[in-house]
Ligand binder design. Structure first.
Ligand code: NAD
Length: 275
């Protein structure tokens, strides 16, 4: 299991589903966790669960569609814990399930503001902070500058970011055009930022899950009778993903053992895109 002792992990949308599972997994691996969430009750519940397990966590109310709130959430993270090592841009919405021609400008704008704007402005604030830390961190004992990743024990000095895309970010999704477009955009942002900050050892990757048990998927299941079975049949493994399975891949992407991996969009789909 990866060891993130005393590292600071900032996670958006960590009040539910994949975000909460990721927050708990980082905490049990030693990280201090910032739960950035628009839903205060659910965000505080995640913090409560972490504390009951003996971990350290902070709730920050944050609407990721508002760049000022993301800036403020990163500032609160640094004010509380002194730095930012890991950021997981997970908050997202499914939007309206409906035909391409029936999606309204409001449907489109809302999903873009949260699913794309949240990741874009989130990464801007996170990368700025990670770069700032490289200027102020001391050099490694062998003289290697912080952030180069060449010195044992300092391989994570640059920073790590994982963005949550979707299998709808690599394939079309009938009845979900704005969602699919937003998740394709997340991969574009991930790859571009990864290229721009590779030399600073800020590793930036994405995960692309297929249907995974969460409030979002329950909403989709409830749109029509028989929907759950139809969704399940699309997945070669014959089942949905579990939030903790997605969380474990996110941790693996952030681990020092995985230090050469950046700019990737990892598909977690029970085999769907293999065919
Ligand atoms: N569950 C799936 O099948 C699945 C598949 C692929 C991708 N994803 C993606 O995984 C991520 C997590 O989804 P989930 O399935 O855990 O859903 P979820 O609904 O359980 O969790 C989403 C969380 O994001 C929060 N959130 C929503 N809008 C926000 C905003 N503006 N600011 C801050 N927080 C906000 C919600 O309050 C909620 O806690 C999303 O980006 C989603 O698109 C989910």
């Amino acid at each position: 299991m990866s060891n993130f002792t005393n590292q600071i992990a900032f996670i958006t949308g960590a009040g539910s589903g994949i975000g909460r599972a990721t927050a708990l997994a980082f905490s049990t691996s030693g990280a201090k966790v910032v739960v950035a969430e628009i839903n205060e009750a659910n965000g505080c519940e995640t913090v409560n669960q972490i504390q009951q397990l003996g971990g350290d966590a902070l709730f920050v109310r944050c609407d990721v569609a508002d760049p000022a709130q993301i800036e403020s959430a990163i500032r609160q993270t640094v004010d509380t814990y002194g730095r930012l090592d890991i950021a997981i841009n997970n908050a997202g919405i499914g939007g309206k399930f409906g035909r391409f021609i029936d999606q309204t400008p409001d449907d489109f704008d809302q999903i873009m503001a949260i699913n794309v704007g949240g990741v874009f402005y989130g990464m801007q604030a996170q990368i700025r902070q990670m770069l700032l830390q490289q200027q102020t961190d001391h050099s490694a004992p062998d003289g290697t500058p912080a952030g180069t990743g060449h010195s044992a024990g300092r391989i994570h000095a640059g920073g790590r970011i994982v963005n949550i895309s979707s299998i709808a970010g690599v394939r079309g999704m009938p009845m979900g055009a704005p969602y699919s477009a937003s998740k394709h955009a997340v991969i574009g942002l991930t790859k571009t930022a990864a290229l721009e900050y590779a030399r600073q050892n800020i590793r930036i990757n994405a995960v692309c899950p297929v249907y995974t048990h969460s409030a979002m998927v329950d909403e989709l299941i409830n749109t029509a009778p028989g929907m759950e079975e139809r969704m399940r049949r699309m997945i070669p493994m014959g089942r949905f993903g579990e939030p903790d399975e997605i969380a474990q891949t996110i941790l693996w992407l952030c681990a020092d053992e995985n230090a050469f991996c950046t700019g990737q969009a990892i598909q977690l789909d029970g085999g769907m895109t293999a065919g």
